[in-house]
Write a protein that binds this ligand. Structure first.
Ligand code: ATP
Length: 274
């Protein structure tokens, strides 16, 4: 059985067509699945459903199993525990995910403290260890800085340290490099590929070249449905669905560097809104 099993997941907001429509996928314990699709295709709603963070007026049906445990219908209290423990999230804009009034070391320390238990060594030592592990070369200085005193790339690294420090089984990444310049994006993607290798991860993006840097597999979403799923290199070589064919033709992945914006597919498929 996979670590994360999503079956027939459907999310509706009122009487509108489903934002997510009967999607199924699974992610193994050390597997990384990308979810790609244009704006509004349902990627973030899928991630929020797994985190149990959809607004109350959303109706969720189907099943989300994490390590065998059903999450759909789980009380908020139990979801809160899971979010601190089993699942963590890396967001697009670290400035909004970090508390601007608290030094970075203290923020990472709060996560470490939750799981420190009887481990040897001080929380501060473990914070510095994590900051070093995510490639921050002067962990002492970073720990004693406020978020606004760091660069965008340093902030995203600190956020990745926070997301990993509670040793979650599943990490959800929602466009984690979109706010960064291309060179820093590449460094952060290399870091994610390395740090996520020993756990389950779901990586949401509209950029196939970005997903390819981190994930061996990808699911392609269009209007709330998964239209194609498989090994990313196979899909690039032999896309089956017209939407994926358009995406790859327009991206020319052999020539586009990770992080470069892809042209709109609406030019190729006028029926598809962008
Ligand atoms: N809180 C909400 N209330 C009502 N509709 C919502 C809500 N959140 C999302 N939706 C709708 O669900 C659909 C899917 O949105 P979602 O945010 O998952 O798209 P996305 O693929 O992540 O897009 P983007 O790449 O722009 O983030 C959209 O039509 C959106 O308007």
């Amino acid at each position: 059985m996979s670590y994360l099993e999503v079956s027939d997941l459907t999310v509706r907001f009122g009487s509108r067509p489903p934002a997510v429509n009967k999607i199924s996928f699974s992610v193994g314990e050390t597997d990384r699945l990308g979810i790609i699709g244009q704006s509004g295709s349902g990627k973030s709603v899928t991630a929020l459903a797994i985190l149990g963070l959809l607004p109350e007026h959303a109706s969720v049906t189907g099943s989300i199993r994490l390590d065998g445990r059903e999450l759909v219908g789980l009380p908020e209290r139990a979801m809160q525990d899971l979010r601190g423990d089993e699942i963590s999230m890396i967001f697009q804009e670290p400035m909004t995910a970090l508390d601007p009034t608290m030094k970075v070391g203290r923020q990472v320390g709060e996560v470490v403290a939750l799981h420190h238990g009887e481990r040897r060594g001080s929380i501060r030592d473990e914070v510095l260890l994590w900051l070093g592990r995510v490639g921050l070369s002067d962990p002492e200085r970073i720990a004693d800085s406020y978020p606004h005193e760091l660069s965008g790339g340093q902030r995203q690294r600190a956020l990745i340290a926070m997301a990993l420090a509670n040793r979650p089984g599943l990490v959800l990444c929602d466009e984690p490099t979109t706010a960064l310049d291309v060179l820093v994006q590449r460094q952060i993607l290399a870091l994610l590929a390395e740090q996520l290798a020993d756990r389950a991860a779901l990586f949401v993006s509209h950029d196939l070249a970005v997903v390819r840097q981190v994930c061996p597999r990808v699911a392609v979403m269009l209007r709330g449905e998964i239209v194609e799923e498989g090994l990313i290199d196979d899909i690039i070589a032999r896309p089956q669905h017209p939407y994926t064919q358009g995406l790859i033709a327009s991206a020319r992945l052999d020539r586009v560097a990770p992080g470069e914006r892809l042209p709109s597919v609406a030019d190729f498929y006028p029926g598809v809104e962008s």
